[in-house]
Design a protein around this ligand. Sequence first.
Ligand code: ADP
Ligand code: NI
Length: 223
Amino acid sequence: TSPSSPPEAESLLAAAEAYARAELGGDTSGHDWWHVQRVADMARRLAADEGADPFLCVLAALLHDVADEKLNPSKEAGMAKVASWLEARELADGDREHVLEIIGTMSYNGGANPPMRTLEGRVVQDADRLDAIGAIAVARTFVYAGHVGHPIHDPELPPRDSLVLTSEEYRRGKSTAINHFHEKLLKLKDRLNTPAAKSIAEQRHAFMRSYLEQFQQEWDGER
Ligand code: ADP
Ligand code: NI
């Protein structure tokens, strides 16, 4: 169970916040501290709507990208880093494992991962996915593409509607920012877990579609 007294829980969340901020503050791949803050705020909001434990949801949200394989030598190294941070904190064992399970299994992974086991996991995964849909997601996607050296768009590369490359292949291989919308971002709306997140996604998804439509019209000289 979670620390029941709010002061304990709040000070642990403040420590997690400082840790994530220090780890991710300088990131320019779209996984910066402000992404984490948005996911944590959204996790709190979804937790309230869905009746999930807000402490666990916010804690997992704050730590979720500290362990990201894109920002660490490997996924295992990232998970070990977060595990040892949690070990040094006053936290019930069950909670420690639960948070590690959430951040270890919430990644999109080409849509191949099994559903999250717990309500808290579903909430945190939705909060992260919502930050990949909408206006901010457009910005993150172009920043990430630049970060890994992908072009904006390549009309000779047919849009793929399924993810066929591993993330390592992406780093080296051929994709584009626009392609990423087709291979992943436009699919996220239908892969959300909670009714609260699905409802928030509608308008963000529509915005992305209209962005892509305008992009194509400008590209084709129609606007
Ligand atoms: P997850 O945490 O669900 O595994 P990622 O960390 O891979 O997701 O992606 C988070 C965000 O980073 C995406 O929503 C997107 O904005 C950006 N991103 C990830 N991979 C790519 C890519 N190949 N091209 C462009 N943007 C990407
Ligand atoms: Ni994230």
